[in-house]
Ligand binder design. Structure first.
Ligand SMILES: Cc1ncc(C[n+]2csc(CCOP(=O)(O)OP(=O)(O)O)c2C)c(N)n1
Length: 555
């Protein structure tokens, strides 16, 4: 059939099963917007392009499908860069379509011309500039294939406006007759698997660390099976939360910079570590030189480039987790590791602090949210800062794809738009967004999108009247010189919510929070709950910078 490039883009999106896109229009992408006008794809217009890409990212994390984002050339494209970097560092499949000036103007410093593929190259898994309308279907199809295969990531397709308006002969994709790529265990792989089984058999103090790769690969059940057979304590990275049920007796919680002391001590004291789908980021390892000391590291990851990148492994297994984990699980022996658990129990007794529950604090509030939402279909999305770490420590995330946070980039402003994407992806679940008073000033304008789409999102603003995480670092390491971290004027976030027609509640006590949460949960409309907490509250525990994992700050 003979159709325009713009119409072909819509056809290709439909082929990929896309029913929702997030975007913001402008001159050079108007042909595509015109084609979208005829339906059937739902277009969600955000308040800002950064909101659109974070929403597409949140959609992908919650659904497991690629998120799609559309923006215009120039400022539209540059506003996407943070979102691309965010999806890139957290390996999230997002396909981005940007408009570009027409092919005859490229290189002329035309109005709203920027070198989008040049700017985004380091923060995309791949990007394309389309030069001929006949290439368009192939490129859009490849973009999805690249974004979703192997280690997922963002792919950008930059499409000049004249290519969107040119005509082409479009052939719908044939049912794929090509065999899907097969993964074979090589002879070397078999030998490594044998070594792994032998190492696990000899381990006296093993630990398993699960990362976000377990969730991307949908391998949580195999990981549970492996851990239960090994009798091994399991810890999670920030990105891995939800990969292992928080209430499982083998689970010790978050590890890393603000991880719990037991989890960190277990890593430090382990003789064999099996890391699955984790890239050993510096937030996880702290001092890399001290991290692997005294232990044998087995690193399993889909991306061979991750093996030995940050932490040297004794055995590195790269390949599809869905192939590797069942092979491993079948071959290892059932262990109980009773002596090791006796040591762990001593750490648990030593380090478990009874929380003081008299006043409204963020940890108390988050434990309350965890209690009320336990075993129910909820998704939690966070922004970046102290509230993010308190959420990671206290929410008890138990299912994959129900914890959405900016791990690698740590991008303030991510939380609310990502929560929007998750809520759109999962209308049968309820999304709770936790954000600081700093982050909500960055992308709080996306309450516009919440209101426009009538989403039942609950946004909890943890208001400590400061950039809490920055203030914490200044208190601990900069002699309490609070340079640029305190808020000189208070902001009434209840009024802010009301400006978008969203109900806002103020909570200054535990009782007020309980009431606000009850009302918000009972309503099928969006709500904002502003939780006032003390400025001085710190995120604890915290590792001593650059120290080993058993060395926590005395705070
Ligand atoms: C876009 C961006 N700018 C700056 C930072 C550095 N930063 C990390 S946490 C933080 C403070 C966040 O303050 P707030 O949103 O109020 O959350 P809180 O830490 O108080 O919970 C800042 C400025 C960042 N992570 N992202």
């Amino acid at each position: 059939m003979r159709i325009s490039g713009a119409k072909a883009i819509v056809e290709c999106l439909l082929e990929q099963g896309v029913d929702t896109v997030f975007g913001y229009p402008g001159g050079r992408i108007l042909p595509l917007y015109d084609a979208l006008y005829d339906g059937p794809i739902r277009h969600i217009r955000t308040a800002h392009e950064q909101g659109a890409i974070h929403a597409a990212d949140g959609y992908a994390r919650a659904s497991g499908k690629a998120g799609v984002c559309i923006a215009t050339s120039g400022p539209g494209a540059t506003n996407l860069v943070t979102g691309l970097a965010n999806a890139y560092l957290d390996s999230v499949p997002v396909v981005v379509i940007t408009g570009q000036v027409s092919t005859d103007l490229i290189g002329a410093d035309a109005f709203q011309e920027v070198d989008t593929t040049g700017i985004t190259m380091p923060v995309t898994k791949h990007n394309f500039l389309v030069n001929s309308v006949d290439d368009l279907p192939r490129i859009i199809r490849s973009a999805f294939q690249i974004a979703c295969s192997g280690r997922p990531g963002p792919v950008l397709v930059d499409i000049p406006s004249d290519i969107q308006t040119s005509m082409l002969n479009f052939s719908p994709v044939e049912e794929s007759t090509a065999p899907s790529p097969q993964w074979e265990l090589t002879a070397q792989g078999v030998a490594l698997l044998d070594e792994t089984v032998a190492l696990i058999k000899e381990a006296k103090q093993p630990v398993m660390i699960v990362g976000g790769g377990v969730i991307s690969a949908g391998m949580h059940e195999q990981v549970i099976c492996l851990a239960e057979k090994m009798g091994v304590p399991v810890v999670s990275t920030l990105m891995g939360l939800g990969a292992f049920p928080a209430e499982h007796p083998l689970f010790l919680g978050l590890t890393g910079m603000h991880g719990n002391k037991v989890a960190n001590h277990v890593i430090h004291g382990a003789d064999v570590m099996i890391a699955i789908g984790s890239r050993f980021s510096d937030r996880v390892t702290n001092n890399k030189m001290k991290y692997g000391t005294g232990k044998m590291v087995i690193h399993i990851d889909v991306d061979p480039a991750e093996l030995d990148k940050n932490i040297a492994s004794h055995i590195g297994l790269s390949g599809h987790l869905e192939k590797l984990l069942p092979l491993l699980c079948d071959r290892i022996e059932v262990r109980k590791q009773e002596e090791w658990w006796a040591i762990i129990r001593q750490w648990q007794e030593r380090f478990t602090v009874k929380q003081k529950d008299e006043v409204l604090t963020a940890p108390w509030m988050l434990r309350k949210v965890a209690e009320v939402t336990a075993n129910k279909p909820f998704i939690f999305a966070t922004d970046v800062g102290q509230h993010q770490m308190w959420a990671a420590q206290n929410l008890s995330v138990s299912t994959p794809r129900s914890w959405i946070t900016s791990g690698g980039l740590g991008a303030m402003g991510f939380g609310l738009p990502a929560a929007i994407g998750a809520q759109v992806a999962c209308p049968d679940k309820r999304v709770i967004c936790i954000v600081g008073d700093g982050g909500i000033k960055m992308t709080g304008c996306e309450l516009f999108t919440v209101a426009s789409e009538n989403l039942p999102l609950i946004t909890i603003i943890v208001d400590n009247s400061c950039l809490g995480m920055v203030r914490q670092l200044q208190q601990l390491f900069y002699k309490q010189r609070y340079s640029a971290s305190l808020a000189p004027v208070p902001v009434n976030f209840v009024y802010f919510a009301k400006a978008f027609g969203i109900e806002g509640h103020l909570a200054t006590t535990q009782e007020e929070f309980n009431q606000a949460l009850t009302v918000a949960l009972a309503s099928d409309k969006a709500s904002v709950i502003v939780v006032k907490i003390a400025l001085e509250d710190l995120v604890i525990p915290m590792l001593v910078p650059n120290a080993a994992l058993n060395t926590h700050m005395d705070i």
